[in-house]
Ligand binder design. Structure first.
Ligand SMILES: [Mn+2]
Length: 313
């Protein structure tokens, strides 16, 4: 039902805004680029909106997007990708019929049409299955975008969100676009600056209670960094194989007095539940929230919430 309604709205629309969450990661950027490419083939008038910092790796994708950066024009529909709430792409942006396509279990169902599939690895996987009947229509760029989004959100197919359905999508696409090409293009692109920054992150890593490891960066440290938000997020992911880390926490004071907290886990605790306590959300093993206040107050509170959550499991 939802899928048919969604497709009808797209078919009858003339102008479309496509947006994804701020500081876009691989999944946000690639699902946005895929949907725009598909709609371009359908002859729509296109706008896109991406807030925050753009990882240098996505520069070519973003500069090649069809359509124009959105400046508040009237549109028939807004397609929102990989975003749990409107706050993620920018409050007040969307117009017309709102189509919300996401895989976060914590999605707030803010659309007129909500296509939310928490069992899917990524928004890229969702849009692949949504438009799979048009696969003959996909060019190599569109296939590359689906693969990039899936690889981004599954840690190159190693996290527990990579399901048989994910591998089926990958298998259908990888004959046209080999995974190794994507690896070389988007992963084998690090400079010594990235490794230096990783060594800085290692020096900042602290051990909390109950198998919690955490890093905190204050506003000045983030301002001083030559790497952008998504690049630093990717380096933080390198800590995920740390054996005795039940939970990894990353606190970043992205605005003075407001911390973004990333929660990463190994399936022993539902981190979506923990993040929700602080007004955020995400997935069981990867979630996030924004908290106002002093780190000295925030830290013990978050540790306590995690201890309580572990006891509940
Ligand atoms: Mn995603």
């Amino acid at each position: 039902m939802t899928v048919q309604k969604l497709k009808n709205e797209i078919e009858k629309s003339r102008s479309v805004l496509v947006t994804a969450h701020r500081n876009p990661d691989a999944d946000a950027v690639s699902s946005l680029a895929f949907v725009l490419a598909l709609l371009q083939k359908k002859g729509k008038v296109l706008y896109y909106h991406l807030a925050g910092e753009i990882n240098l790796k996505w520069k070519d994708i973003v500069s090649g997007l069809p359509g124009k950066p959105y400046k508040g024009e009237d549109v028939d529909i807004s397609i929102c990708l990989d975003s749990t709430s409107p706050e993620r792409f920018g409050e007040g942006i969307i117009k017309g019929v709102v189509i919300n396509i996401d895989h976060h279990v914590s999605n707030r169902r803010y659309g007129d049409i909500n296509h939310v599939m928490p069992d899917m690895s990524s928004t890229a996987e969702i849009v692949y299955y949504l438009f799979k009947d048009e696969i003959d229509f996909f060019n190599d760029f569109m296939k590359e975008m689906i693969l990039l989004g899936i690889l981004g959100d599954t840690g190159f197919l190693k996290y527990d969100n990579a399901t048989a359905s994910t591998f089926q999508a990958v298998s259908a696409l990888m004959s046209s676009v080999p995974l190794f090409d994507i690896y070389q293009k988007y992963y084998q692109v690090l400079t010594m600056e990235h490794f230096d920054y990783f060594s800085f992150l290692i020096s900042k890593m602290k051990k909390g209670q109950d198998g919690i490891y955490y890093i905190s960066l204050d506003f000045e440290e983030l301002e001083d960094s030559s790497l952008n938000y998504d690049e630093i997020s990717e380096l933080f992911a390198w800590f995920r194989p740390l054996k005795d880390a039940e939970v990894l926490l990353f606190f970043r004071e992205f605005q003075k007095g407001i911390f973004r907290i990333n929660f990463r886990g190994n399936n022993n605790i539902d981190l979506n539940k923990i993040a929700r306590i602080y007004g955020g959300g995400g997935h069981r093993n990867a979630a996030a929230a924004s908290i106002e206040g002093d780190l000295d107050d925030i830290l013990p509170n978050v540790f306590q919430s995690i201890s309580d959550g572990m006891k509940d499991e």
